[in-house]
Design a protein around this ligand. Structure first.
Ligand code: TEU
Ligand code: CA
Length: 572
């Protein structure tokens, strides 16, 4: 079939790097751009084709770079603009593209625009931000990192969705929008191939005069619950696409919490504001609203959330598929819980999301099956969100011990510990004490051991990437449609039920793939669909892909081993 009608970026496998924690090159305990350059051969070998770098621009680092004070400068701890140019060029030599993080809902309060705005809130720079002359906050909205969204500055208050050091930019101001467009074009001219667009659903603000029912002891209401995807946002985003992203070919992926189902059509697809968006319903299934409001989710709840996004998006475009990022705990710990250290379970987790419809993203360390750390007290955490949630938990009457437990499940630091290259002191990340403690697992989970072991999680990820890029079903995996699929349990009472299995079907032309992923420690017997048949071992080998020793089929019954993934092609 002719595949040239599909977007080029469906052939990408994106790898997210958190620059601070990937590789230190100059012994200051902080990862940097020369460090990334020194590891490009590794990334090439893994098979990824695009690198998304979390922000490495000039920043006071209140939120580790998500507070930018100059969009056209590199933070000195990460290197220089020459290093960035060299990274783009060296990656390019290896056919690896670079995607930058575009953080334009807010800037740093140390950005020159904000410094000027503070001096004259009524002047032209003041209008780059959102200032109001008032003696109290306009309403009771809680910012994402705690406290009222309105922060006092002299006779004025200014608005911040996130931390007070991250004042929101005023997208109603045409000059500000022109600045953003010119920043995007400037980086495209430098040779970057994509943007991950931060917190974009917050751009348009809800009516400031409206109070919401408080949802916490502080009397405030979480702005995330009502302040996203607000009517009118489309004007800004349409312009951003037309004037900035369409300037040169690039892949745009938006961090889009809170997009309403009926608006997905506006956000993705050929006429959408972006190419693809991240949906967070599956990623955040373990809590409701607050990290300390834990949920007891089931495999079926998880599958429902995944398939909801897959199916709503399929009508218009493609998904951005991920199980980890720099704001999330480690996927093995979150989804597999007490089985997080079982390589076969981690592999099935990888295969399940990798074969979904859309572009796969891998977060650094995920390919090693990294797990959450366990810390004993709040002083060991760096992430400002963790510290805020901890304090709010205490104010809600929870104990410090309980809240430390919550952070051990949810802190954003889990994904940010230095990359464990080997089992030496500081894991080959640095020869100096790193900015954030290593996870205590690093001697056991490190790249050097895994790269030498053909059965390791790393080797499995490499195989997964190769299978999607070059395997016999690559067109179906890249371009095929997706449907839910519920098989009949073949009724072996010793096994687990179908409720422990995630399954779906991918279809492209005359290729149809049934995919099953057993998320249980017990076997599951499945009645085979009638269009799957193999007379002998050789035919079975032709139509199957699986994890673990073999596909176990007897008659019309497939027995999934504990934590096994099986893909069967219909017909022969
Ligand atoms: O995240 C936006 C966001 O809403 C998350 O911070 C989410 O609320 C959080 O994971 C739960 O605590 C983006 C970035 O990914 C994040 O790292 C930044 O801190 C944030 O924007 C501000 O730029
Ligand atoms: Ca360094």
């Amino acid at each position: 079939m002719n595949t040239s009608k599909y977007p080029w970026w469906l052939s990408e496998v994106v790898y997210q790097i958190y620059p601070r924690s990937f590789q230190d090159s100059n012994g200051d305990g902080i990862g940097d751009l020369p460090g990334i350059i020194s590891r490009l051969d590794y990334l090439k070998d893994l098979g990824v084709t695009m690198l998304w770098l979390s922000p490495c621009f000039l920043s006071p680092m209140a939120d580790n770079g998500y507070d930018i004070s100059d969009y056209r400068a590199i933070a000195p701890e990460f290197g220089s603009m020459e290093d960035m140019d060299r990274l783009i060029a060296e990656a390019g030599k290896r056919s690896i593209k670079i995607m930058l993080d575009l953080v334009v809902n807010h800037s740093s309060d140390e950005h020159i625009w904000f410094q000027r705005a503070l001096k004259d809130p009524e002047g032209p720079w003041g209008d780059y931000y959102i200032f109001r002359k008032t003696d109290r906050p306009l309403a009771n909205w809680r910012s994402i990192f705690g406290g009222n969204v309105w922060e006092k500055a002299g006779d004025y208050y200014y608005y911040h969705t996130f931390h007070r050091k991250q004042p929101d930019l005023n997208w109603d101001n045409e000059k500000l929008r022109e600045e953003v467009i010119s920043i995007v074009r400037w980086w495209l001219d430098k040779g970057v191939s994509g943007f991950r667009v931060d917190a974009i659903t917050f751009l348009k603000k809800e009516d400031f005069s409206r109070n919401y029912p408080p949802d916490g002891a502080d009397g405030l209401a979480n702005v995330g619950a009502f302040g996203q995807d607000v009517e009118g946002i489309g004007g800004y985003l349409t312009e951003l696409k037309r004037e900035a992203f369409d300037y040169k070919p690039c892949l745009t992926v938006a961090e889009a919490f809170g997009v309403k189902d009926e608006n997905v059509a506006h956000y993705v697809g050929e006429d959408g504001y972006f190419d693809i968006i991240f949906d967070f319903k599956a990623a955040d299934l373990d809590y409701a609203g607050e990290w300390y409001h834990r949920t007891s989710w089931t495999v079926k709840d998880w599958e429902d959330k995944i398939m909801h996004d897959q199916l709503r998006t399929q009508n218009y475009g493609w998904c951005a598929n991920f199980i980890e990022n720099h704001d999330q705990p480690r996927a093995a710990s979150k989804y597999l819980k007490e089985y997080a250290d079982r390589p076969e379970a981690v592999k099935t987790l990888g295969a399940m999301y990798f074969f979904l419809r859309g572009v796969p993203f891998i977060y650094q360390g995920q390919e090693l099956g990294m797990v959450n750390f366990k810390r004993d007290h709040i002083g060991q955490f760096d992430d400002l969100s963790s510290i805020d949630v901890f304090q709010r938990g205490l104010a809600e009457g929870r104990s410090a011990e309980e809240m430390t437990g919550v952070l051990n499940l949810r802190s954003r630091d889990h994904g940010r510990t230095p990359y464990p290259w080997d089992k030496s002191r500081y894991g080959g990340f640095s020869d100096h004490k790193p900015w954030l403690e290593m996870t205590e697992e690093y001697p056991a989970i490190n790249l050097k051991d895994q790269i030498q072991d053909p059965d390791s999680i790393y080797s499995f990820y490499k195989e997964l990437i190769c299978f999607r890029q070059k395997g016999k079903w690559k067109d179906c995996l890249r371009y095929g449609s997706i449907e839910r699929y519920t098989s009949d349990n073949a009724g072996d009472s010793r096994g687990a039920g179908m409720d422990q299995v995630i399954s779906y079907v991918r279809k492209y032309g005359d290729v149809k793939l049934y995919c099953w992923f057993n998320f249980s420690n017990r076997p599951v017997t499945v009645r085979l669909p009638c269009d799957v048949a193999a007379e002998n071992e050789a035919e079975l080998a032709e139509i199957s892909w699986h994890t673990q020793d073999k596909v176990d089929i007897a008659g019309d019954v497939l027995c999934l081993r504990p934590w096994q993934s099986v893909v069967l092609r219909a017909g022969i």
